[in-house]
Design a protein around this ligand. Structure first.
Ligand SMILES: Cc1ncc(COP(=O)(O)O)c(C=O)c1O
Length: 442
């Protein structure tokens, strides 16, 4: 079993240098066009041609249940979202420097889901841009430069945000002004995750102070997705957030993955922890695939930043972006998707827990709503089983289920289907994983 810390994407991606399946003309064109930046899921990549609801269809007409992708959160190609985008695109699409009814209506709707302190919204095109801006605002307002993140965090792709994304740094470590702390699980902190995590944050603050940076912010994905999905006990973030505030730092809640009802209990992941962030960043499911993201922020923090530098984003907050995002909110409400995430998510966790009783390769099962992490382990030693995770991912693909993994060793299956998943589809997944695990046992 190999437990090196290579990301699962690397381990299970198509390897162009192998030339193994370069026979496909489309694959060759892709490799020629995109070069080293091309990363494709699976050793044998799939060409998708259409999708609807929780299902995607490939060029050969095979249908796959999508448990991978939390962007088409209300269902692939949802007709209400498609219609809203099309209608607005046929009417007006311009930058955010004109008055726009649809934009203000959307922002009011969005804010109604958030704590009242968070009164201002800056719309961007990606979660990376939102986090980059949040970090700059934190630095300006605190006069400090230090950031605290978890050890396998991912927060985006700009230069600044890459520095606080240890999971993206293939060779190096984070710079001196970034301190990483272990993910908030029992492996790192034992039974009292809240106390352990708080202590780790206190230690990180002390280190940043010693190094002369001070603490600008604690930046956390509210469900610690790339760390391997850590959700419980609800409320464990509270002490750490209080500690950061006492030290003069800010708390940025990265909701790019857990936001928009996915955790079932609440609309936002941080709400499960009973904390009020100074800034919230969001993206991925916000437009169900249309590129829209945002930073929501306390007004004084934004004011201080804007006194110093301007911020403009050409494609951020266009009327079409607002129409897409508004339609997503409407679907979540009208189809009761947050409640569905809670109900079906619970059902999935129960079924997986049942399975774990008879299969020692299944370790911890964590998560909330339709965001579940399932550890695959060596049944003898309990060690993370990354190679087994790759086999399961590829076995599930054969069973027509698409899924990914996370965590420092890539041994945590990341279960993250669209929020409209129904029980029949949940059962399809359970049957598939049972079959795959049985096959791999023989
Ligand atoms: C937790 C988290 N934050 C931020 C980002 C960056 O978002 P984007 O890819 O839209 O820039 C991601 C993307 O995977 C993410 O998972």
């Amino acid at each position: 079993m190999s437990n090196n810390k290579r990301g699962i994407l690397d381990m299970n991606a198509f390897d162009a240098s192998s030339q193994e399946s370069i026979a496909s003309p489309l694959l060759k064109r892709r490799t020629d066009n995109i070069g080293a930046a091309s990363v494709l899921f699976y050793k044998k990549p799939i060409e998708m041609v259409s999708a609807r609801g929780c299902w995607m269809t490939d060029v050969a007409g095979e249908r796959y249940l999508d448990f991978y992708n939390n962007v088409p959160s209300v269902g692939h190609c949802h007709p209400h979202v498609t219609a809203a985008i099309t209608q607005q695109l046929e009417t007006l699409n311009t930058n955010s420097r004109y008055l726009s009814e649809i934009t203000e209506s959307y922002l009011e709707k969005l804010k109604s889901t958030l704590p009242p302190e968070l009164k201002n919204v800056v719309m961007t095109c990606s979660g990376s841009e939102a986090n980059d801006l949040a970090m700059r605002i934190a630095k300006t307002n605190t006069g400090s430069q230090g950031f605290i993140v978890t050890a396998t965090a991912y927060h985006g792709n700009t230069e600044y945000v890459t520095q606080v994304s240890p999971s993206a740094l293939k060779h190096g470590v984070c710079p001196d002004y970034v301190v990483t702390i272990p993910e908030p699980g029992s492996a790192a902190y034992g039974d009292d995750i809240e106390a352990g995590f708080n202590q780790a944050v206190s230690g990180a603050i002390a280190l940043l102070t010693d190094r002369g940076y001070g603490v600008a912010a604690l930046l956390c994905d509210s469900i610690f997705s790339s760390d391997g999905v850590f959700s419980d006990p609800a409320g464990f973030l509270k002490s750490a957030v209080d500690t950061v505030h006492r030290a003069g730092g800010l708390y940025i809640a990265d909701e790019v993955q857990p936001g928009f009802g996915r955790t079932g209990d609440c609309f936002w992941g941080f709400q499960r922890h009973g904390v009020v962030p100074d800034m919230v960043t969001m993206g991925k499911p916000m437009g169900n695939g249309f590129p829209v993201a945002a930073l929501v922020v306390k007004p004084d923090l934004l004011q201080n930043f804007c006194d110093d530098v301007g911020y403009f984003n050409t494609f951020g907050g266009t009327p079409v972006a607002a129409a897409a995002a508004m339609a997503v909110m409407e679907v979540i409400e009208q189809e009761g998707l947050q409640q569905n995430a809670k109900t079906i998510g619970l059902y999935l966790r129960q079924q997986l827990t049942l399975l774990s009783k008879t299969d020692k390769r299944i370790g911890e099962i964590r998560g909330a709503g339709l965001f579940i992490g399932l550890d695959l382990c060596d049944p003898g030693t309990g060690e993370p089983a990354a190679q087994l995770a790759i086999q399961v991912i590829n076995g599930l693909r054969d069973e027509k289920v698409l899924i990914g993994a996370a965590g420092p060793y890539g041994h945590t299956l990341k279960i993250r289907p669209p929020l409209c998943l129904n029980q029949k589809e949940a059962d399809f997944f359970i049957d598939a994983i049972k079959k795959v695990l049985e096959r791999l046992a023989n």
